[in-house]
Design a protein around this ligand. Structure first.
Ligand code: AMP
Length: 395
């Protein structure tokens, strides 16, 4: 390993990490710390094909990273060799349009942005602070979920609300999952052997969270997530789009405050709310067993997705490639088939046999001659983050 890069993805109670060699792009080590701030924490670490498991309580992100340092010292790799740390940062607001090297001023600005992403940015900041304490002598870099969508035109990112309220409180569409949409769309250009800036693309990132983007000539012009990652497609536990009037109505009939409604829409809605399950493997089993709620949930999910794709086709005028990625997009042939079959009249011709193949490789799943090429491309946000970190440190 010549340029080991440590990548951290800090959630409220977990830290996912990888060490990737920035030159060979090989993964050297990976792992996850779970249940931070709760009882019965765990740390799972993999290095050189060996898995290590540890049970311990971690009071906070700093304690978790202290433990991680000990695990690296005992099992490898050598943390002293790490050349930079890349931090996944959910919300860059209007301040950060691309990856930045973190200094105290950047941290202050990130703290200011926390109200925009109260669930996501505070744990990210805690992770940055803890990692800078543990590795003070290497550059730390923030990679933003929102950055890829900094190019959205004003007509796409502006909400039709009081313009002074919007300006004062930075209310606009930001978009999320940008690292994935960027990585996947560039991979599509590679697979098709065409220049990135000559392609119009629609990318469906369908994981537990889900979002879709429209990319014109290599520039993001639309996406389904908004001010927060609640907007757009139906997700595992998130509603996606609802009537904005729903908040006031539910507040009244359920006697909930706005935080209660937000909680309902973020944590108890989506596939969980409709079908009682978030994992599409469970939803598919329920559908097979004749469960009507699961069937309806799938129909709603597919209908929403098809509606967005149709809308983005209209926005772009012409689409070269439609791509599925993330947990559901990469693995669930049924979702892909239901979506693309409905789009057949619009020039998306599914190859049912190719769609049924299970693979970890990028692949085309449309028939030869299809006006739009349909693909499955596994996302790799850590690799994309490693590349961003390398670029930021001039590696
Ligand atoms: P992600 O957020 O990208 O990690 O995606 C996680 C989601 O992917 C899970 O909640 C499942 O719904 C879905 N998923 C993972 N593996 C499969 C599979 N083999 N078949 C269908 N869905 C899957």
């Amino acid at each position: 390993m010549t340029t080991p890069i440590l990548l951290l993805n800090c959630g409220s109670s977990s830290i996912k990490y990888q060490v990737i060699d920035g030159d060979s792009e090989q993964v050297a080590a990976s792992g996850i710390i779970q249940r931070i701030g709760q009882a019965s924490g765990t740390l799972d670490h993999t290095y050189q094909g060996h898995d290590h498991h540890l049970d311990a309580d971690f009071a906070d992100h700093a304690a978790a990273l202290d433990q991680l340092v000990k695990v690296f010292a005992e099992f490898g790799p050598n943390l002293d060799e790490v050349r930079a740390v890349g931090h996944r940062t959910v919300h860059g607001g209007e301040a950060f349009r691309s990856t930045v090297v973190i200094d105290d001023a950047v941290l202050d600005k990130l703290r200011e942005l926390s109200p925009l992403a109260p669930l996501h940015n505070p744990p990210g900041i805690a992770g940055i602070e803890a990692a800078r304490a543990v590795l003070p002598d290497v550059p730390h870099v923030a990679i933003f979920d929102t950055a890829f969508f900094a190019t959205l035109p004003a007509e796409a990112y502006t909400y039709a609300i009081d313009k002074d309220v919007a300006r004062t409180h930075a209310v606009r569409k930001y978009g999320f999952h940008g690292t994935s949409h960027s990585y996947v769309s560039q991979k599509v250009a590679e697979v098709l052997g065409r220049p990135y800036d000559g392609l119009n693309q629609i990318v469906c990132h369908l994981g537990n969270g889900a979002s879709i983007s429209a990319i014109r000539d290599g520039v993001a012009v639309e996406t389904s997530m908004g001010l927060t990652p609640l907007a757009g497609l139906v997700m595992g536990t998130r509603s996606g789009d609802v009537d904005p009037g729903l908040h006031a109505y539910l507040g009244r009939v359920l006697d909930l405050d706005l935080v209660g409604v937000d909680d309902l829409l973020n944590k108890r809605s989506g596939m969980l709310g409709l079908a009682g399950a978030t994992d599409f493997r469970d939803i598919n089993s329920l559908i097979e067993s004749g469960d009507a709620d699961a069937r309806l949930a799938m129909d709603v999910y597919v209908h929403r997705l098809v509606s967005y794709i149709g809308s983005y086709l209209a926005v772009l005028g012409h689409v070269d490639a439609l791509t599925f990625t993330a947990g559901v997009g990469e693995n669930d042939a049924l979702v892909r088939s239901e979506v693309v079959t409905r789009l057949e009249p619009l020039g998306f011709w599914l190859d049912a046999e190719a769609n049924a193949v299970r693979s970890k490789q990028p692949r085309v799943i449309s028939r030869p001659g299809s006006p739009v090429t349909v693909l499955v491309v596994p996302t790799n946000e850590e690799l994309a983050m490693a590349r961003e970190t390398m670029a930021a440190i001039g590696g």
